[in-house]
Write a protein that binds this ligand. Structure first.
Ligand SMILES: Cc1ncc(COP(=O)(O)O)c(C=O)c1O
Length: 398
């Protein structure tokens, strides 16, 4: 539960203190890392009632250590939520959250622009095998979502901005028309994190984040989180996490909580650097468009400005058409942009994206190659020099 003493403080203050409990840890500022499988109980009665709601203490290492609970309290405080559950990865958090609220015969609406594995693995494999019908909807549908809701629709899943192409969803319009229908709304909030967007305050029921990204922030641990606004939703997700046997490792929870201390300053710098680089990219002849909601001419800018308090360091560009070899020449020669999955660490990255393969509700109309950039904490002038040299390689190979 959110620490009462944190209510009312602003978020950077919360981030500096959330989840800490030095009074009960010998005065040590940071929560200790508890490695645990067995947890013993003083009486038979306490042992026999251990694995039951309200799940608010250590029962068995698998279902949570004090290190995990401290991390969960900190995430909850950032979101102004009720309680959170930590997972071994972002994808584990997505799979568990969705599975908690669906059953055979249900209909689920999933945004067309979700993270690839949410589409292919969770929707295409797990839900399909469970006999759940998945319908992908246009991320820009807004309150038109109500026309897609059926009697058996149980979940509407959002991700804003969308993966690869960064369309901003009108979250309040969607949650507004679904209010009172019993449909559970859930969102992948990884791009903004709780620092730049608070979905619970915009009517979302279930907030999912790949804490692997900005929460951990240093490319060295895998974690996911699910934050809920009510005890009933918490019980449901935690119960399902226990049924699947999900376990968030104590060292990784420690790193996640440590990451939260600096997520504010890091994200502000990611934003500053990304804006500078994105603005430079917009003026390049090789660039058809930059997909980044913080840019004033981005189609999602107005909604982003209304609902978000900032933008992180991840965006994509569509380039003028060229063979794949030109993209490879550009990416292979970068000094400062690594080629690799994930993002949200301190370092810059660049990978190709293929939205044409991942969209059905609103087919992708771009014709040139798409490259997704993560803008890290390096000096943006050095990043721009690297990008300029990359365009020379791109042009030479076209
Ligand atoms: C938007 C988004 N959500 C979820 C995930 C999955 O997180 P993880 O890699 O921790 O499983 C990713 C990973 O790239 C992502 O980009």
């Amino acid at each position: 539960m959110i620490d009462e003493k944190q209510r009312g403080y602003r978020q950077n203050t919360i981030l500096a203190h959330a989840g800490l409990d030095p009074e009960n840890n010998h005065g040590v500022v940071n929560p200790p890392v508890y490695h645990a499988s067995t947890i013993t109980f003083p009486t038979l009665e306490e042992f026999e009632t251990r694995d039951k709601p309200p799940y608010d203490g250590p029962q068995y290492g698998r279902s949570g250590t004090p290190t995990q609970f401290a991390f969960e309290r900190a995430v909850t405080a950032l979101h102004g939520g009720h309680r959170s559950v930590a997972f071994p990865s972002g994808l584990a958090a997505i799979a568990c959250a969705v599975n908690t609220f669906v059953k055979n015969g249900d209909h689920v609406l999933v945004a067309d622009t979700v993270y690839g594995p949410t589409r292919s693995r969770v929707s295409g494999t797990i839900l399909a095998r469970a006999g759940v019908e998945v319908e992908f909807y246009d991320a820009l549908i807004g309150d038109g979502i109500k026309d897609l809701v059926r009697d058996n629709t149980t979940v509407v899943y959002l991700e804003s901005p969308g993966s690869l192409t960064f369309e901003v969803q009108d979250v309040p319009a969607i949650t507004g028309v679904l209010k009172g229908t019993g449909v559970v709304t859930m969102i992948d909030n990884t791009w903004a994190s709780g620092y730049f967007f608070k979905p619970l305050a915009h009517g979302i029921d279930v907030v999912i984040e790949a804490a692997t990204k900005y929460t951990v922030g240093h490319s060295d641990a895998m974690l996911g989180t699910v934050t809920l606004g009510t005890e009933a939703h918490y019980q449901a997700v935690k119960g399902m996490a226990n049924s699947f046997g999900y376990h968030a490792a104590p060292d990784d929870c420690y790193l996640g909580q440590r990451g939260l201390r600096t997520i504010g300053v890091r994200l502000e710098r990611h934003q500053q650097n990304a804006l500078e680089v994105a603005t430079w990219l917009q003026d390049r002849d090789e660039v058809v468009r930059v997909m980044y909601p913080a840019l004033p001419d981005d189609p999602g800018h107005e909604i982003w400005k209304r609902d978000f308090t900032g933008a992180s360091g991840l965006f994509s560009v569509e380039l003028v058409d060229a063979p794949k070899a030109a993209v490879a020449a550009m990416l292979d020669g970068y000094d400062l942009f690594g080629i690799g999955a994930s993002w949200g660490g301190y370092e810059s990255l660049a990978i190709p994206g293929y939205p044409g393969k991942l969209r059905t509700a609103r087919p992708w109309t771009g014709t040139g190659p798409v490259v997704r950039y993560h803008i890290g904490l390096e000096d943006p002038a050095d990043l721009i020099d690297n990008l300029a040299a990359g365009f020379e390689r791109y042009n030479a190979a076209r």
